[in-house]
Ligand binder design. Structure first.
Ligand SMILES: N[C@@H](CCC(=O)N[C@@H](CS)C(=O)NCC(=O)O)C(=O)O
Length: 200
C-alpha cells in the first residue's frame, strides 16, 4: 500500500493517475502546498508530491512516476533499451520546456513573494511554450502516444501539463496535440484518477 502525499488538485495528480493506470492500492494524504510544516515531515523542500512506500519516501513527481512504472512493469520501456532512452528524452524535454515554463509563470504570478516576481516574463514563457508545443507536435507525428502504440510516463506527464496550461491561460496552438490530449483523458486510468480528485 502506497501513501500519496499532496492534494491531487496540483502536481500530485500525475502520481495519482500513474497509480490508477497501474492498478495499485494507495491512500492519499491530501496536504496542500501551504501545509509546509506537515509536508516537511516527508520532503525537506516543503513541496508536493511525495510517495511513501513502506518506510521509504520518494520525492519529485517524475521520479515517483518512473519508479512506480519500473517497479510494476507498466507505462515504460525497460531501462537500458534504446526505447527507454527515447522515452526518457521525452520526459526530460517535457520537464524542461513545458513544466518549466508553466512553473516559472506560476512563480512569477502568485507563488513567489510580490517583490520577487517579474510579471513581464509571462509573454516570453508563452512564446517559448508555443515553440515547444510545435517541437512536440513534430515528434508525435501520427503516432497514438509519444512512444508509438504504448502509453508511457511522459504521456501522463505531458497530458497533465496540458490541463495545467489550460488553467494558466497558455494556448495550445496544435490541432494534433489537442486530439492527442483528448485521447489521453479518455483513458480509464485518467477517468478513475479524475473521479478520485473530485472527491479529495
Ligand atoms: N519538481 C517537483 C516540483 C514540486 C512542486 O513545485 N510542487 C508545488 C505544488 S504543484 C509545490 O509544492 N509548491 C510549493 C512551493 O514551491 O513552495 C515535482 O515535480 O514534484
Amino acid at each position: 500500500m502506497y501513501t500519496l502525499i499532496g492534494t491531487p488538485k496540483a502536481r500530485p495528480f500525475r502520481v495519482l493517475w500513474t497509480l490508477e493506470e497501474l492498478g495499485l492500492e494507495y491512500e492519499i494524504l491530501p496536504l496542500s502546498a501551504s501545509d509546509k510544516e506537515a509536508i516537511a515531515e516527508f520532503n525537506p523542500t516543503g513541496k508536493i508530491p511525495a510517495l511513501k512506500d513502506g518506510d521509504e519516501v520518494i520525492i519529485d513527481s517524475v521520479a515517483i512516476m518512473q519508479y512506480l512504472a519500473d517497479k510494476h512493469g507498466g507505462l515504460t520501456f525497460k531501462a537500458g533499451t534504446i526505447e527507454r532512452a527515447k522515452q526518457d528524452s521525452f520526459t526530460q524535454f517535457i520537464c524542461d520546456e513545458i513544466d518549466g515554463a508553466l512553473w516559472t509563470a506560476a512563480r512569477n504570478s502568485f507563488v513567489n513573494p510580490e517583490e520577487k516576481r517579474v510579471e513581464a516574463i509571462r509573454s516570453v514563457l508563452m512564446w517559448e511554450f508555443e515553440r515547444s508545443i510545435k517541437a512536440l507536435e513534430e515528434r508525435l507525428g501520427d503516432k497514438t502516444y509519444l512512444m508509438g502504440d504504448i502509453c508511457t510516463v511522459p504521456d501522463l506527464l505531458l497530458s497533465h501539463c496540458f490541463g495545467w496550461a489550460r488553467n494558466a491561460g497558455f494556448p495550445m496552438e496544435s490541432e494534433v496535440l489537442r486530439a492527442y490530449g483528448k485521447r489521453m483523458v479518455q483513458r480509464k486510468g485518467y477517468q478513475r484518477a479524475s473521479a478520485v480528485r473530485s472527491v479529495t
